[in-house]
Design a protein around this ligand. Structure first.
Ligand code: PLP
Length: 404
């Protein structure tokens, strides 16, 4: 057979999906025959059902025969609703024509990076960070320049550190706040500094704000609130996290840069034609339904309680340490002392936690080089599961009697 393209081996993946496949196999083949099960504390999606009014809107759309193509950038009412919603955090109002509806938040990364990056171009990417930014950049021959999110700075970085990453080849800075995997929120001051640097060096920004509704302290700040940014920023957002709609696959790009909006639409047209029509109607209900906001508020309050519980229980375990995250639903836990005592990597540690304590968590290295002191927990599970999982880990650490 003729070989695959030279770029294919450079395409990474989201290892969180591989970990779950392995865990399910272990649970099925090893634990279930013994009447045991895993506690899943790694889950990267909402721990709630999609609000009923949203599901009903999808069913209604099917009954109304909304089952055909739509225009590539989406149904007008949804684009308008997204524009209205995005304008709340921006220094200038967005219009429907600034919005392209796509199947989830992820395609926005793929399309924007495709639209911009030639081989050798550099992209500054938060590390630890969502793995797809780097995977797509390298696939296209671009160079990933990681910027470290530091635990001691609440997983922020400094303007000086960002300046040091910039070269004549830099084209794009990726910003993600609230952040996966750290739960960190960039300060308003840092966002302002990033904006100033992006403008001074004439750089594009991809602002991944998929967790903007899940903020625990204060209110969400978007980099688009700074003058000069909506024209050089693509805002990534969607329904997955806020409305517990991961399976609907509805996300969007929003930008005041007309050429970029046209490029994103063209990429979407080549790729998917449009998003499932009934899912777009569900998304419209999510954004405009009178009862949706109440449901979101309820979920966020519940996440906050689960966060507080998990932070307390984690910090009671010898060798584990974490800050209370300000957003999203993740906890980045420093396990360096445990890794050193056991003389193993984070991936080996998580494997042992799965096999010996029967709890699933993710190694920080799934999110990049600078994740190597950490494991990521998520607190989307019920309080009961959180208590059970952390008790299992605590008992396991006691049992292996580490000299900490
Ligand atoms: N951006 C971040 C930071 C995420 O954590 C995720 C999903 O985990 C996404 C984007 C992708 O969202 P979607 O499922 O809507 O594609």
């Amino acid at each position: 057979m003729k070989p695959f393209s030279s770029r294919l081996p450079r395409l990474g993946t989201e290892n969180a999906f591989a970990v779950i496949t392995k865990a399910k196999k272990f649970e099925r083949e090893v634990l279930q025959p013994q009447g045991k099960h895993l506690v899943y504390l790694q889950i990267g999606e909402p721990g709630f059902d999609t609000p009923e009014n949203i599901n009903k809107a999808a069913i209604r759309a099917i009954k109304d025969n909304q089952t055909h193509y739509t225009a590539t950038p989406g149904i007008h009412e949804l684009r308008e609703a997204v524009a209205r919603e995005s304008s709340r955090n921006s220094c200038m109002p967005y219009e429907a024509e600034d919005v392209v509806i796509v199947p989830g938040g992820k395609p926005v990364m793929f399309y924007m990076i495709q639209a911009l990056i030639d081989p050798g171009d550099e992209v500054i990417i938060p590390n630890p960070g969502y793995p797809i930014y780097g995977s797509v950049t390298e696939f296209l021959g671009g160079k990933v320049v990681p910027i470290q999110l530091k635990e001691e700075n609440n997983f922020n970085f400094s303007a000086e550190e960002l300046e040091r990453c910039i070269t004549p080849k830099t084209k794009l800075i990726i910003v993600n706040s609230p952040q996966n995997p750290t739960g960190g929120v960039y300060t308003k001051e840092l966002l302002g500094q990033i904006a100033e640097i992006a403008i001074r060096h004439d750089l594009w920004v991809l602002s991944d704000e998929i967790y903007d509704k899940i903020v625990h302290d204060g209110t969400h700040v978007s980099i688009t609130s700074f003058a000069g940014m909506p024209e050089r920023t693509v805002l990534l957002n969607g329904c997955s996290k806020a409305y517990a709609m991961t399976g609907y696959r509805v996300g969007w790009s929003v930008t005041k840069n007309r050429e970029m909006a046209i490029a994103l639409e063209r990429l979407a047209c080549n790729d998917v034609s449009c998003v499932n029509t009934m899912a777009q109607f569900a998304a419209l209900e999510a954004l405009t339904g009178s009862v949706t906001q109440k449901a979101v508020d309820k979920m966020v309050i519940e996440y906050r309680q689960r966060r507080d519980l998990m932070v307390k229980l984690v910090n009671e375990i010898p060798g584990m340490r974490c800050h209370s995250p300000k957003g999203a639903f993740y906890l980045m836990v420093n396990v360096r002392r445990l890794l050193d005592a056991l003389k193993i990597t984070g991936a080996e540690f998580c494997d042992r936690v799965m096999k010996e304590a029967n709890v699933l968590i993710l190694p920080g290295t799934v999110f990049g080089l600078f994740g190597d002191d950490f494991v990521r927990f998520s607190y989307v599970s019920t309080e009961e599961k959180i208590k059970e999982g952390l008790a299992r880990i605590r008992d396991w650490i006691q049992k292996i009697a580490l000299p900490l």
